[in-house]
Structures are given as structure tokens and as C-alpha cells.
Design a protein around this ligand. Sequence first.
Ligand SMILES: Cc1cc2nc3c(=O)[nH]c(=O)nc-3n(C[C@H](O)[C@H](O)[C@H](O)COP(=O)(O)OP(=O)(O)OC[C@H]3O[C@@H](n4cnc5c(N)ncnc54)[C@H](O)[C@@H]3O)c2cc1C
Length: 341
Amino acid sequence: MSLAAAGVPVRVLEKKTDPGAKLHTTGLLVRDVVDGVDWLSETPPDIVRRIDGVRLYAPDMHSVELVAPGYYFLATDTPQLMRWMTDRCRRLGGEVQLGATYTRARRDDDGFEIDGFGRTSFLVGADGPRSRVARDLGLGENRRFLFGIEHEYAGAQIAEPHLLHCFIDHRLAPGYIGWAVRGVGQVQVGLARRADAPGVAKEAMAAFLTKIAPVIDLRDVHPSHIRAGLIPCGGVVSPVAAERVLLVGDSAGMVSPVTAGGIHTALKHGQAAGRAIADFAAGKRADPSRWFTQTYPKFRAKRALRWAFDHFQNDLTFNLLLGSPPMRAAARLIFFHRARG
Ligand SMILES: Cc1cc2nc3c(=O)[nH]c(=O)nc-3n(C[C@H](O)[C@H](O)[C@H](O)COP(=O)(O)OP(=O)(O)OC[C@H]3O[C@@H](n4cnc5c(N)ncnc54)[C@H](O)[C@@H]3O)c2cc1C
């Protein structure tokens, strides 16, 4: 969008025919993304819903409420948000080609010839956790993943709809958490866990719905959608760029290894990459592949935290310490961080 806004001819290839179809995300936006990505302030108000804080449940289901002054999340009608973003990009002059799958690019002296789509002087791979662009052009690929699964219940209600409900449970969600949130017109319940054998997450999800039934009971409601997907959790891939090509978003591995949130970084660095490429196109700056990716998050502290969580996650500790001041402080830091590396 920032390329289109700068008047640079840009073409987006999207393999889906509907940008709002087959999404694999809860679609929660952290406050930082609202602050950092200017066009989000124009989002139609009926496709977002404010969530003021978090209720965090220990494995034994006792809980604490966490809020931070001025901080909030936005739940989104993500399919509509994706369609709105597509329209906005088009209105700015960008060409969004739907049903268009990138398969291969051939490098030449000043850019690439993209199979089936013509020439480009700069290529951005924003094609998700298993990036075809990265594989095709010999860039780094994600190797470590969480697996997320989510049920959507249209029209359902939950108690405390102004909170994001998060559940710690080493057995059902090893390496991450489960969650429930009242989104825009539906309730979304999901969990993420270290990627393991297919089918295990599905069983864990059934057990999770039973476990949370005393506070959120959706066992007799049929999910209107079920979505699932991989979440990169190994940090930014290497190399993340080569001459006239760079990766952003999940393809670059820029997902917080702790919160598993990747929308904020994808939008923030996608926007900045567009501006850097526009400057390159105007002859004002060098090829962004040489300098721009140094601005990417390093996630050093978060990768250390992930390592600790992977090796020492222990339900008894959370049962004992959840309400304690150090645990509350740590949880606040994780949920209400200013989302840096
Ligand atoms: C269950 C689950 C819940 C999540 N919840 C949250 C959350 O609430 N908040 C948050 O911040 N993060 C969340 N995440 C992570 C977040 O969804 C991702 O980090 C984010 O979607 C990354 O955006 P992206 O544009 O880089 O990649 P994607 O969203 O994967 O988009 C890539 C796009 O590229 C297209 N594509 C792929 N290959 C090709 C090709 N060869 N040619 C053309 N097009 C192609 C795809 O169709 C897709 O539209 C969640 C992840 C999961 C799995």
C-alpha cells in the first residue's frame, strides 16, 4: 500500500480469489500496530472491536485480570479487513491480481522476470510461513513452528467480552497458550502448541473446550469455521534479502517467538519496506536489500524467553505463582509490550 501511495507501479500477486477467504489467524491487532500503521485509523469502525485487557488462567483455572492504562487490542472481522485493504490498495493505484500464484522468478541484470506475470525491478516475498519466494530464490526459510487451531462460533456470547481470555496448560498447549475472545459477531476459541503429529492439535482442541467449559461453554455449539496454520517461532530467517528482493511478514519469520503475534510486524515492516523501495525507485536510496532488513526485529530477549518456556514450562509453577507480583509483572510485559524485538 505504501508503494501505491508513493505512486510507484506495484502489482500484488495473491493466489486466493478472495483475499478474505481461508484465513489462518485470530486477527487480533495489538495497540502498537494501530499507533504505527497510519492507514489503520481509516478502518471502518464496524469491522473492529476493542478489547481492554486480558484474563489469564492458570492450569488449575484460577485467574487474574490484567490491564494496562491506555492499552488495548482490536479484534477484527479479518475477512472484511483483508477485503477493505485490497480495495484501499486498488484505490491508491496498486494492482492487486487475485487467483495469481507466484511459482518462479528468473533474475536478470536489473530485476526479475516472474513466470506468467512479466518483469519487476524489485520483488517482495510476503507469502507466508512456507514462502515460495524464499525457496525459489535461495533465501532463508522458517524451520521452527507452532501450530495454531481455532474454532469460530458465529453469534455466540461469552462472559467478560471486553477481555481476551488466555489459558496456560502444558499438556494441551505446550509451548504456547489457549485463548477465547469475543470477536466481531463471533466468539473465537483456539490454541497453539509446538508443531507435532497431525491430528494431535484437533484432539487437544476438543479437550481444551471441555476444560474451559466452566467459564466458557461452547461444547454444544457447532463451529461456523475451523481454521489452522503454522506460526514461525524461530526468529528472522537468514538470509532475509538478496539483491532487489526481500522478505517481510511470516515469510521473513518476523513473528514474536513469545506472543506468536505476527500481524503487527508484517504491517509495520511491510509499510516501511514499501517506502524504502519507493525511495530506491526514485533513485534517492540504495537497494533496500542491502540496508533495510537491518531494521528487522532481532527478538533476542523473546527467543530466550521462548527457550525457557520450551524447556521449563511447568503447570505447578503457574498454579502457585499466577497471582504473585513478579508473575503479574512478567505477564503484563508480555501482553502489553511495546512490540519490539
Ligand atoms: C491460528 C492462528 C492465530 C493467529 N492469531 C494472531 C493474532 O491474533 N494476532 C497476530 O498478530 N498474529 C496472529 N497469528 C499470526 C499471524 O496470523 C501471521 O503472523 C500473519 O498472518 C502474517 O501475515 P503475512 O501476510 O506475512 O502472511 P499470511 O497471512 O500467511 O499471508 C500470505 C499470503 O500470501 C498468499 N500466498 C502464499 N503463497 C503464495 C504464492 N505462491 N503466490 C501468491 N500468493 C501466495 C497467501 O494466500 C496469503 O494470502 C496467528 C496465526 C495462527 C496460525
